[in-house]
Design a protein around this ligand. Structure first.
Ligand code: CTP
Ligand code: MG
Length: 224
């Protein structure tokens, strides 16, 4: 019988956000970003969730998760954090592991569910946002070519894998920006699950402003 487990990567320092504190602890409408992201997983009732925290903030993050996850120290890079988190989870070969960035609080519960189901069936699946802009490749400030937008996706999270596949993918030790890339290295097929643009990653101060606006708008519409 397979279980569903989650790994939320929250050990980054948030240099590009520039707040002088880890991004996952930054307050979005008064609550830590990590708390919003855990909300997205709340009704899925995963068997277990592990959160990677900056190594010097494990106790603080253990407070932030309010009993909804266990907190372990992350590593120097996102990849290192994922390896440490998976070690702590210790998934069985047929467990489905969803790896998700704390910096993506607005992914919809139904979208997470769709990624988990796809990975349960096929072994590996990621949330991805269809590219809306026309994408140019440029060099030296000049356009080289226009890519075929209909084939392009912005890789997002969750990225979900059968435990056995994730273990194989992580074994190379390569420092990739996502786990799907590691599967691609090995020729392991990865399914793409379309998600809305609300799956965006909060990276810069502008992203944070957009996130605040989203939370405020939802708050207003709740009060009617
Ligand atoms: N992450 C992590 N461990 C790291 C680096 C990143 O767990 N050593 C996590 C971040 O907390 C974030 C996700 O991976 O939820 C995506 O990373 P990113 O958006 O790059 O966040 P930061 O690394 O914190 O930001 P920056 O690169 O601007 O410093
Ligand atoms: Mg980073």
């Amino acid at each position: 019988l397979s279980r569903f487990v989650g790994l939320i990567t929250a050990a980054g320092s948030g240099v590009r956000l520039g707040r002088g504190e880890p991004k996952a602890a930054a307050r979005l409408s008064g609550r830590p970003l990590l708390a919003w992201t855990l909300d997205a997983f709340a009704s899925l009732e995963l068997d277990r969730i592990v959160v990677t925290a900056p190594p010097d903030r494990v106790a603080e993050f253990a407070g932030l998760v309010e009993g909804r996850a266990s907190v372990v120290p992350g590593g120097e890079t996102r990849s290192a954090s994922v390896r440490l988190g998976v070690e702590a989870l210790g998934p069985a070969a047929d467990d489905v592991v969803a790896v998700h960035d704390a910096a993506r609080p607005f992914v919809h519960e139904e979208e997470i569910r769709a990624v988990l189901r796809a990975a349960e069936k096929s072994g590996a699946a990621i949330a991805a946002i269809p590219v809306a802009d026309t994408i140019k490749e440029a060099a030296g400030g000049r356009i080289v070519r226009t890519l075929d937008r209909s084939r392009l996706w912005a890789a997002a999270t969750p990225q979900a894998f059968r435990g056995e596949i994730l273990a194989r993918a992580l074994a190379s030790g390569r420092d990739a920006t996502d786990e799907a890339s590691l599967c691609e290295d090995l020729g392991i097929p990865v399914e793409v699950v379309p998600v809305s643009r609300l799956g965006f990653k909060i990276t810069t101060p502008e992203d944070f402003e957009i996130a605040e606006a989203i939370v405020q708008a939802r708050h207003r519409s709740r009060r009617g």
